[in-house]
Design a protein around this ligand. Structure first.
Ligand code: MG
Length: 249
């Protein structure tokens, strides 16, 4: 069931979203050669808690950290630990904050030091595809219009779209209806209406679309070992167009 949000609720979600975006920024600034993923997670945790909020992912379905931190061929759900970040690594950070009962959720892939040309292009295309999806998130369209905008943009540039994991509605729960796939046919799926809040999150591979989950039950990585990138915003769909809630400003 899709839970529509009032203007007042969207205001609250904007505050949760702003904090989530700032937490992501803190994480991104911590990405440097030589740091461990646990150190990045600690910086994020400390920031969220200092703002009177709680990390949305900590203990969610049993996840043991505040942020999912996934490196290179890892796509999502990487568990922070003693892994040391190297020069040129790409580091996807997915983080949410809960404030006053509402969640924000956002992700971005950062570069430690200088990216290879190949990695930078993947990041640029994945980020741009998120904005293509947001542009399609207008009242009267359907979820499939968002999905198709992301898929078309990425596939036309030679990248593949992960099928097993999708975006989602968001509000008092991190994951609400509807599902927001990054692939599919335009004109299909639930109709977009004023007051829907969703997280759009393209997960895009440099090689094939196939992924596997590590034996730890969490870390998802590409089957072919090639790079993967992930960008996400929480948005509100309104009669005045989409509003990015996870904006740090
Ligand atoms: Mg999400």
């Amino acid at each position: 069931m899709v839970i529509l949000k009032t203007a007042n609720t969207i205001k609250k979600m904007r505050e949760a979203g702003r904090l989530s975006a700032l937490a992501l920024k803190v994480g991104g600034e911590a990405v440097k050669p030589g740091v461990t993923t646990a150190e990045i997670d600690k910086a994020i945790y400390d920031f969220i808690v200092s703002q009177g909020a709680t990390p949305s992912f900590l203990n969610l379905y049993g996840f043991p950290a505040s942020a999912c931190i996934s490196v290179n061929d890892e796509l999502i759900h990487g568990i922070p630990g003693n892994r040391v970040i190297n020069e040129g690594d790409i580091v996807s950070i997915d983080v949410g904050a809960c404030l006053d009962g509402y969640h924000g959720d956002n992700a971005a892939t950062f570069v430690a030091g200088t990216a290879s040309e190949e990695a930078q292009k993947l990041l640029d295309v994945t980020k741009q595809s998120l904005f293509k999806g947001i542009e399609a998130a207008v009242v009267g369209n359907r979820i499939g219009d968002i999905s198709n905008a992301v898929q078309t943009y990425c596939e036309e540039r030679g990248y593949s779209v992960v099928r097993e994991f999708v975006g989602h509605g968001i509000g008092r729960d991190v994951h609400e209806d509807p599902e927001v796939p990054n692939f599919g046919a335009a004109g299909h799926g639930p109709r977009l209406v004023n007051g829907m809040c969703i997280a759009i999150e393209p997960m895009i591979n440099a090689g094939t679309r196939f992924v596997s989950t590590d034996s730890n039950g969490w870390t998802v990585r590409t089957k072919d070992g090639k790079l993967s990138a992930h960008f996400e915003h929480t948005i509100a769909i309104t009669d005045n167009g989409p509003i990015i809630l996870t904006d740090p400003d």
